[in-house]
Structure formats: C-alpha cells, structure tokens
Design a protein around this ligand. Structure first.
Ligand SMILES: [Zn+2]
Ligand SMILES: [Zn+2]
Length: 350
C-alpha cells in the first residue's frame, strides 16, 4: 500500500509499504477515506516532537480519520465488510485504575494511532485497529465529516468539562479547528440562551469563520486590544475561557478575562515546555484551571451531533488533498496559508 512517511523535519515521502495485518481476533482492517491534518501532526512535522514525544524517522502519523471496513478478525460481530466507520485513535488497556474509573483518556498503558513510536498512523491506504475503536457512521455522513468526529469529540469533551450554564459569558482564544469546534459544541449544548461568545484569533479568516459559527464578537489581537474590547462588553468578567491556541499570551489573557470563580480550560497544546500564571491573580480571583486530555466517551455523541446537523463541521474543512500531496497539505497548515482551517487528505481526491 501507499503511505505518507515523515522522513525528517519538514519532509514527507509517499512510499510503498506492506499492508498492516489482522493480528488479534478483535482487529479490524479499515481502508482509509479521509484524514484530517491536526495541529499535533504539525508539531511532529515542523519540530519533530511534542514535549518528550519524539519522532524517530521514518514514521507514519495521522489520527483524525474515517474509512470503510476492509477485513475483520474472527471475533468481530459488530461490523461487517463495507461498513463505514469513524476511528477513535486511542487504544486504552482496559485494565488500569484509570480505565476502571472510566478515564480511558488518561489510561496508564495507552497507545495512540499516529503517535510516534506507538501505532503507525492513518496517512496510509489501510490501518488496523481493534473493533472497540471503530464506530459505525450513517451512510449520510461524508468521509470528511466522519474524520471530523475525532477533533469535534475533543472539543465536546472540553465543553463537558466546563461549568456552562444558560447565560454563561464565554471566550474561546484561538479559532483553529478545535476552537471553532468548541464554539459549535458550546452553542449546540447551551441551545438558545443569553450566553455570549467571544472569540479571538491572529488570522482574519479564522475571525471571520468564528462569526459564521455564531460568535457574538470576534477579533484579532494584532489589530485591536481584545482584552479591552471584551472587558468593555463584560465588565464583570467571563465565566469560562477555553484556551485553544497553546500560547503564553492567551493563557494570560484567559486568566485576566475571567470573573472571580471563573474557569480556564487549557485545550491547546503549548509549544513551550513550561507555561506560567500570575499566582496572585489566580489566588485572589480563586480561578479554576482545568487541563483537557484528548476526549472521553464523546465519540458517539459527536457522531450524533454531526450527522443530525446539530453542528455543521463542513465549513471547517477548507482544503482537500490526495495522499500523494500530503506534504503540500502539511506545508499549508504549518504556514497558516490561504485561510486554511482543516486540511483533509482524502482517498476520493487520489
Ligand atoms: Zn487531532
Ligand atoms: Zn488503562
């Protein structure tokens, strides 16, 4: 089969490689139809690592994917050949204290599709995953929508961790695919209420996309003082801030925008190995800081929300490439060029 290998920093080669095989009775072979390029993939591409997770070249990455069942192991009853599926990229052990406490996202012996050194990724024609990671999707769902299930599930998990109430005043700092998905998930969860949504991003196309996705106000911190603009509209401060940029500046802005007792969720992956906070601000305002690790139990609700039309993720998919142009897709996302939000590698574009 063909697969896209990271061969060195900022290099990708599409090469022939043996197809993966069904090794366990619960394994399923999936023919990949769509793979979204994630911010984490770009860290591996451009920096060769995320924290202590280091790429040993050559490596196949990619984890936001959907496809069609091509073969099933002997114990698989739930799926049949030809069934279309969205993939949960997390392989949890099922036995540790975290798994037994229904916290598979912090499983102590987990591995992850497309995570360097763990499981070869989805930027290939086929992958093999256990049946528990393969979720059937309705025929009406496009391959790209099914590949958006994973990032949307991460956003939905963040929203479920937030103490949202009707009327909550909310900021989302960073309007990439995850930030915009958080906005869509929040609005779908809160329904029509008096909630207010403030969104910031450094890229004007993303500011515009945030308005289209329902932000009440959106702005670019390079062009205006967003803290003053939001503070002017919400003098008492905000209830919840989702930090979706992974930057020190947005962590500081988030803490400053909150009202006393407010909650900051760190959803973005910082490019730094250390982040800092003003302890006196956190203490005096008794702010809560929550970290978000991937998602937990949000795949089924994500499929339901996307397929029912409760959220529209199509507008987040701005670019499509065939597998052979994976490097082009990565360069586009890494440079934030051409208004890209989510770039999709699609088999149909082959
Ligand atoms: Zn991702
Ligand atoms: Zn576990």
């Amino acid at each position: 089969m063909r697969a896209a290998f990271l061969t060195e920093i900022r290099e990708i080669e599409v090469r022939d490689t043996p197809e993966p095989t069904l090794r366990r009775p619960e394994d399923v072979m999936v023919r990949i139809e769509a793979v979204g390029v994630c911010g984490s993939d770009i860290h591996y591409y451009a920096e060769g690592r995320i924290g202590s997770q280091i790429v040993r070249f050559p490596e196949i990455i990619g984890h936001e994917c959907s496809g069609t069942v091509a073969a099933v192991g002997s114990s698989v009853r739930e799926l049949s050949i030809g069934q279309r599926v969205a993939i949960d990229p997390l392989l949890a052990c099922g036995e540790c204290d975290q798994c037994l406490a229904d916290r598979q996202n912090t499983c102590r012996r987990q591995s992850f599709l497309g995570c360097p050194g763990q499981v070869a990724g989805a930027l290939a024609e086929y992958i093999v995953m256990p049946v528990g990671c393969c979720y059937p999707v309705p025929e009406s769902m496009s391959a790209a929508q099914a590949a958006m299930v994973e990032p949307f599930a991460v956003a939905l998990h963040s929203v479920r961790l937030a103490p949202l109430k009707p009327g909550s005043k909310i900021a989302i700092l960073g309007a990439g695919p995850i930030g915009l998905s958080v906005l869509l998930a929040c609005r779908a969860t809160l329904g029509d209420s008096n909630s207010h949504f403030y969104v910031t991003d450094l890229i004007n196309e993303r500011v515009q996309a945030a308005r289209q996705c329902g932000a009440d106000w959106a702005g670019n911190p390079q062009q205006e003082d967003v803290q003053a603009a939001i503070g002017g509209r919400e003098p008492l401060g905000l209830d919840v801030v989702f930090e979706c940029a992974g930057k020190q500046e947005t962590l500081d802005q988030g803490a400053a925008l909150l009202k006393p007792g407010g909650t900051l969720l760190i959803v973005g992956i910082p490019e730094l190995d250390r982040i800092s906070f003003d302890p006196h601000l956190l203490r005096r305002h008794e702010l809560e800081v929550k970290n978000v690790r991937r998602q937990n139990d949000c795949v089924r609700p994500a499929i339901e929300m996307i397929s029912s039309g409760a959220v529209n993720v199509d507008r987040l998919v701005t670019h499509r490439f065939p597998l052979r142009e994976t490097k082009k897709a990565f360069d586009l996302v890494a440079s934030y060029g051409d208004g890209v939000i989510k770039a999709m590698i699609e088999a149909a574009a082959r």
